[in-house]
Design a protein around this ligand. Sequence first.
Ligand SMILES: [Zn+2]
Ligand SMILES: [Zn+2]
Length: 256
Amino acid sequence: MSNIELTPFAKITCSGFCKNCKTIHKLSSAGAVELCESLMQRLDHERRIDFSVSIDKANPDLSTDYLFGNARGQMFGVMTYADSQGHTGVAYGFSGQYNGIWEVDGWVPPIINPEEFDILTTTTERKIKGIGRKMELCQAGSEEYKELSMRRKQMSRLLMQKIHAIYRIPSFTGKTKILPEVAPSNKGIPTGTGDCCAPKLLNFAIKNNLTPCGIAEFYYGKENRSGTKHHKQYYSSCEEKCGLILGHMLCGLDSK
Ligand SMILES: [Zn+2]
Ligand SMILES: [Zn+2]
């Protein structure tokens, strides 16, 4: 099985197809793997991700116990970069939310504005649930039921579109596009596209005028349900989500 073989570090990259250049843009893991090793040791040792606060102020929700429970593990990423003066630095990221939390001090923020995301999802989700409750009171197959079911589907689709529109994906060329403009139109956009470590780290680099040197990502915690991700193993950027947007994001980096 290829998924339990170790990927040689030289092969760990983040990449995606760029529609503009009709080519794949790539970034290596240069310098980032060693820093991932230190990050793993720190996670092992401190057993939490809120490193910036003292142990007595640690948030229990940010403990690494979470990664070994039912939610299972998560991806972590490290990016080495140079700023405009040529000073080197390191940025850290975790994929998606950590135990329902979008922003943790010391880690790069998400691409979306969490407040905007929450307002969008909570109001619509409440309405969708309301329709669901009405449906329970109707006879399945009745006209009213069908109508409600259709309305619920439309609302979910609309919510998805609205969520995609708040993912404003920047690029090293300086052009920012919303997710549906970046992803190929012939495929659906998987949930969570833009929330992996590589796009979060690159978003941080672009917005802060930093030039990334390398990105490496590893999985930490209980292996995922499909058994494709294992504790402390390195993985290249994912194809199904990041493959849709990294080409756009990395475009223009070569010329910097
Ligand atoms: Zn990904
Ligand atoms: Zn390009």
